[in-house]
Design a binder for this molecule. Structure first.
Ligand code: PLP
Length: 460
């Protein structure tokens, strides 16, 4: 790439002594072509969407695969082995989440699936409280007629105050549920889950923690946080084999109609003389797992839970904090960059950072990072439209997608760029990202881009 003037020195961030090597993940040797010529090692910086599989998870799945068999009623040796592994995976997840002895671990497809399951299991008159800042998976599954969507708070303390007031003011004193994220998929900021749980319980409500972005980065303790349920996705926890988890209190799950009706969820089925069918449903986790379960998905999640626990969250958190500092310091040194934040610069956060650059359309910047530097980030509103619009500040004023620069100075951008990373990210990836943003903002893109289906792509 030609550079017109020497770059100002990149800010240096002193390494943290507790920082260790990244955990081995698949894809670390993959190279991708650049439009400007040649190939480069792919820098996967979209962990918040889907993280690469841990090598350890892949190895465990490969070792188990020849022994894969039908679960639950199979009489053969491999069926019994697979049933044991599937059922033991619940115990591993329960330990990973530090669940109560009475909690159930239900295997689902994803966080979205888990929260939809819970939404169907709510008592009929249950009222739900969410903040507008939630991911759509936590904003949309609820009955709109019994939903209160709260304004985005500007500090963790304000979040607790707003929730307390809303719960105290509710006219209806039946069952209530609060749904809150542990870490924002837009800003990476940590939410005051323990305090929100205390507020919910003080007002007779229950709480479900959306841990999709928290569990891959931080230890989650159901007992310590005192949440009633936790939901997360395997594909964000380095186990992309199609499974997710809903873990927590058994009573509402047991009382609810099965999420799906079918085999596996039913204990006994009899044909009535009037032509109908009677069914006795399981009251274990199987009640909500009808159909043949995704054994490999559950096994992979259990493997990831073990791998992260053995690696130790203290080291993982310290390492990620270092990467966050490198990215934030790097972006702060680039003119025109605005990092999106609800709770301010000092708020604790995971490795998820969204930003806009004055004069740049985010889709254009993300396309250039990919095509010219081999860096995979994400642009858009990240399935959290109300939050991102609030953070961007009003209606978009940026026109077109691929011009550079194409936003009037001071104009409200259409969308943002998100960079996200985790346990498998080498320092070089975030350093390359910071350098790339600095070069693109200073020199402009080297290639020409055009709009195709609303997205920015390199013009061939
Ligand atoms: N909750 C949060 C905070 C997320 O970031 C996401 C996905 O990005 C989800 C829920 C939904 O996860 P999934 O797509 O795996 O169902």
């Amino acid at each position: 790439m030609s550079v017109s003037a020497p770059l100002p020195a990149a800010p240096t961030v002193a390494p943290d002594q507790s920082v260790r090597a990244p955990l081995p993940v698949l894809g670390r040797d993959v190279t991708v072509p650049l439009v400007t010529g040649g190939e480069v090692g792919y820098a996967a910086l979209d962990y918040a969407a889907s993280a690469p599989a841990l090598q350890r998870v892949w190895d465990d799945v490969a070792a188990y695969a020849p022994y894969y068999g039908s679960v639950h009623r199979g009489a053969g040796y491999l069926s019994q082995l697979s049933t044991d592994l599937f059922e033991n995976a619940r115990g591993t997840v329960a330990r990973f989440l530090d669940c109560r002895d009475t909690d159930q671990v239900v295997f689902t497809r994803s966080t979205t699936d888990s929260l939809n399951l819970l939404a169907r299991a709510l008592p009929a008159d249950c009222h739900v409280f969410v903040f507008e800042t939630e991911h759509h998976a936590a904003l949309l599954p609820w009955n709109d007629a019994r939903l209160t969507c709260l304004d985005a708070p500007r500090s963790p303390e304000q979040a607790v105050r707003v929730l307390e007031r809303a719960l105290a003011d509710r006219a209806h004193h039946g069952p209530a549920l609060v749904c809150v994220t542990g870490a924002s998929n837009v800003t990476g900021e940590l939410w005051p889950v323990r305090e929100l749980a205390a507020a919910a319980h003080a007002h007779g409500a229950r709480i479900v923690l959306d841990a999709a972005q928290l569990a891959p980065h931080h230890p989650v303790s159901v007992r310590d946080l005192d949440v009633d349920w936790v939901a997360f996705s395997g594909h964000k926890l380095y186990a992309p084999f199609g499974s997710g988890v809903l873990a927590g209190r058994a009573d509402w799950l047991r009382a609810a109609e099965p999420y799906l009706a079918g085999g596996g969820a039913s204990r006994a089925v009899t044909r009535r003389s009037d032509g109908g069918v009677d069914v006795e449903w399981h009251d274990t986790a199987a009640r909500h797992e009808a159909g043949s379960p995704n054994v490999i998905g559950a096994y992979a999640i259990a493997s990831a839970c073990r791998a992260l626990t053995e690696a130790g969250f203290d080291g993982l958190v310290a390492r990620e904090r270092h990467l966050v500092r490198v990215v934030r310091a790097g972006l702060a040194a680039v003119p025109g960059v605005r990092v999106l934040s609800l709770f301010g610069d000092d708020a604790p956060r995971v490795g998820v950072i969204s930003f806009v650059v004055e004069g740049w359309n985010s889709s254009h910047l993300a396309a250039a990072l990919s095509a010219e530097y081999g860096i995979g980030v994400r642009d858009g509103l990240f399935c959290a439209h109300p939050l991102v619009r609030t953070l961007l500040g009003g209606d978009p004023q940026v026109q077109g997608v691929c011009g550079s620069p194409d936003a009037a100075p001071g104009g409200t951008p259409l969308n943002a760029v998100r960079v996200s990373f985790g346990a498998g990210t080498p320092d070089e990836h975030v350093e390359r990202f910071v350098t790339a943003v600095r070069e693109l903002v200073r020199d402009g893109a080297q290639w020409t881009y055009r709009t195709e289906n609303g997205r920015c792509v390199p013009a061939v």
